[in-house]
Design a binder for this molecule. Structure first.
Ligand SMILES: NC(=O)C1=CN([C@@H]2O[C@H](COP(=O)(O)OP(=O)(O)OC[C@H]3O[C@@H](n4cnc5c(N)ncnc54)[C@H](OP(=O)(O)O)[C@@H]3O)[C@@H](O)[C@H]2O)C=CC1
Ligand SMILES: O=C(O)C1=N[C@H](C(=O)O)C[C@H](O)C1
Length: 257
C-alpha cells in the first residue's frame, strides 16, 4: 500500500514542527507538504492550495480562525480529509466546522493523547457515581506561558465528560472564573481553574470533592510527541472515511456500541 500523503498546517508552530518529525519517522506516511500563514518564509513551505492538492489528509494545529478557513477550503474542493488539533473555538466556529464536515471527513479533538482520552471515560463514570448532592467537580489545568486559550480544550473535554456523566449540559453548570466576594459554591457547579507558566506541556486534573474526602483523576503530558502520534493515528483512521465529524474516541473505538 502506498504511504498516506499528509500535509501539515501551521508548519512553523510548536505542534507543526513536532508533526514533521513524527511523520518523517513513520513508514506508513509521506510528508507531502508543509504550509503556514500566507507569505510566511520558511524552507520547503508551499501555499495552502498546493498543499491541499498534494495530500490525502491535512493535520492542523493552528488557531480557530485558521482551522475554520482550512475546513472551508477543504470542503470547497471536496477534500482532503482533515485532522484538527486547534483549541479555543467559539460556537460560531464550531458550527462552521460542522458545516464543512457535511462534505468532508473531519476528526477534531482537544487532545490526541491516548491516555487523556481514557481519562475522559473515567471522569464520565466517576461523575455518574459521585452525584452533585455530595460531590463538587473542579477541573484544573496548567500549560506553558505561550498558550493563548483558556480553559484548555482538554479541560473543556473533561468538563463535558463530567456533565455527561451527570446527564446535564456543561454550559448550564460551568464556572470559568471566580473573583471577589462570590458567595458559597452553588451545588452542581463544574469549576475550572487555570495556571500558565514556563514550558509546562499540559497538566490536567479533575477533583471530586465531598465532606472529608477527595477523589482526583489526573493526566500529565511531558512531551508533545504523543499528541503527534495520536494525530497520526487519527489521520490513518480518517483517510477514505465518509463525510462527518469524528473525535479521538471514535478513532480509538471508544464510542462503538
Ligand atoms: N489537540 C491536541 O492534542 C493539541 C492541541 N494543541 C492546540 O494546537 C494549537 C497550536 O498549538 P501550538 O503548536 O502549541 O501553537 P503555535 O502558536 O506554536 O502554533 C500555531 C501556528 O499556527 C500558525 N498559524 C496561524 N494562522 C495560520 C494560518 N492561517 N495558516 C497557517 N498557519 C497559521 C501560527 O503562526 P504565527 O506564529 O505566525 O502566528 C503558529 O505558528 C493550539 O490551539 C493548541 O491549544 C496543542 C497541542 C496538542
Ligand atoms: O496549547 C497546548 O500546548 C495544548 N493544548 C491542548 C489543549 O488546549 O488542551 C492540548 C494540550 O494540553 C496542549
Amino acid at each position: 500500500m502506498p504511504p498516506l500523503r499528509i500535509a501539515i498546517a501551521g508548519a512553523l508552530g510548536r505542534m507543526g514542527r513536532q508533526m514533521a518529525v513524527a511523520i518523517e519517522a513513520d513508514p506508513r506516511l509521506a510528508l507531502a507538504a508543509r504550509f503556514h500563514r500566507p507569505g510566511a518564509a520558511g524552507e520547503g513551505l508551499v501555499s495552502r492550495d498546493e498543499a491541499l492538492a498534494a495530500a490525502d489528509v491535512v493535520i492542523d494545529f493552528t488557531t480557530p480562525a485558521a482551522s475554520v478557513a482550512l475546513a472551508e477550503a477543504c470542503a470547497a474542493r471536496g477534500g482532503p480529509a482533515l485532522v484538527i488539533g486547534s483549541t479555543g473555538f467559539d460556537d460560531g466556529e464550531l458550527a462552521a466546522i460542522a458545516a464543512a464536515a457535511k462534505t468532508i471527513a473531519i476528526v477534531r479533538s482537544g487532545s490526541y493523547s491516548l491516555g487523556l482520552n481514557v481519562l475522559v471515560g473515567l471522569v464520565e463514570q466517576a461523575a455518574s457515581a459521585l452525584g452533585p448532592e455530595d460531590w463538587d467537580v473542579e477541573i484544573f489545568e496548567a500549560h506553558h506561558r505561550s498558550k493563548v486559550d483558556a480553559p484548555s480544550g482538554t479541560a473543556l473535554m473533561l468538563g463535558e465528560a463530567a456533565a455527561k456523566g451527570r446527564g446535564i449540559d456543561l454550559g448550564v453548570v460551568a464556572r470559568r472564573t471566580r473573583v471577589g466576594i462570590i458567595g458559597p459554591r452553588p451545588q452542581g457547579e463544574i469549576g475550572f481553574a487555570v495556571m500558565r507558566g514556563g514550558s509546562i506541556v499540559g497538566e490536567h486534573s479533575v477533583g471530586f470533592c465531598a465532606e472529608g474526602e477527595v477523589v482526583t483523576l489526573s493526566h500529565s503530558a511531558g512531551d508533545r510527541i504523543m499528541f503527534a502520534c495520536g494525530a497520526i493515528a487519527a489521520a490513518l483512521w480518517v483517510a477514505g472515511r465518509p463525510p462527518g465529524q469524528y473525535d479521538m474516541r471514535d478513532v480509538l473505538g471508544f464510542n462503538a456500541s
